[in-house]
Design a protein around this ligand. Sequence first.
Ligand code: DI6
Ligand code: FE
Length: 394
Amino acid sequence: MILTNANVATMQEGSYGLIEAGAVVIEGDRIAWVGPTAALPPSHDQRIDCGGRLVTPGLIDCHTHVVHAGNRAREFEMRLTGASYEEIARAGGGIVATVRATRAASEEALLAQSLPRVDQMLAEGVTRIEVKSGYGLDQETELQMLRAARRIATLRPVRVSTTFLGAHAVPPDQTADTYIDQEVLPTLRQAAAEGLTDAVDGFCEGIAFSPAQIARVFAEAKALGLPVKLHAEQLSNLHGATLAALHGALSADHLEYLDEDGVRAMAGAGTVAVILPGAFYMLRETQAPPIALLRQYGVKMAVATDCNPGTAPMTSLPLAMNMACTLFRMTPEETLLGATAHAATALGLTEEGRIAPGCRADLVIWQAHHPAELSARIGATPIHSRIFGGQIDA
Ligand code: DI6
Ligand code: FE
């Protein structure tokens, strides 16, 4: 298959890498060639004239909690009448409320509730999602969440990266240390043994786990050969990003309270900063992540939805890109890199997120001409069609 007459945003070398009147040659499920249409070698392959439309790599949502049961609209209402996220969490709401709903759901019910959210993501150009556990907080439910996440890739045209997030919240009847010893570490070993998880995450925060507790989870991940990432500096600065960087983390995520030492540590370790403006917006946070410092130190930035029932009930990655521009002054080029090439890096992937020979042929043809249009719009993402594994699927 050959796409011709496209505005191709290759996302190569930290920029749009735009090729106007470009062409992409696809062989099987891989990209074979990209360049100007005028330079295309003659051939008889199926040609698709893109009519000058924008073509980008398929979007990658590198931080989601899309598999979960129930919703927390009622807490949203409570926050609007004065309760804080932390107060609700300490009173048995928050993450723990979703844990109750998720434990009560069968694997089929979990999938049935999660797939509509996945469909919304795909309709806006996503070809890979990361999916975290973390709403089970017991072995059976954590593993069930990961199995449901894996099954999404068999039911929909999307690739799935799974992440074990047992250290997401402390179950109400346990202390953090016993929970880590008795549930998190054994469940992590089991998830690894069953091939259910591609990475290990934790929530390093006053209302969740201390750096010392997270370090124990990371040590186990290392022993199992799994990469790590961390919810860090979301609500306060516990220096989680530095801890993550010291463990060679793929990413540190949220980062509103990140300081310069943390930025420096991330730069040294090549840890990607995953920016999650949906949670910032929903919580009406006022301290923005230090985008200028991250830029100055050359830390790669990704952007994701954080799709979760509490702090980011959102499925639109283009809307997250818009918010990253509007709320944090990221540029549209940075946000598109953040939803493609840098999101791939945050998941440890090298063959996605760019349009280059050898990469997977996961692409989006947009009803747009310039890549800045993807960040500039609010709430209506103009997709023309999606190519997944070399096949047009819509
Ligand atoms: N930080 C978040 O924003 C989500 N998890 C986390 O560690 C919130 C999850 C929730 O409120 O259900
Ligand atoms: Fe999250």
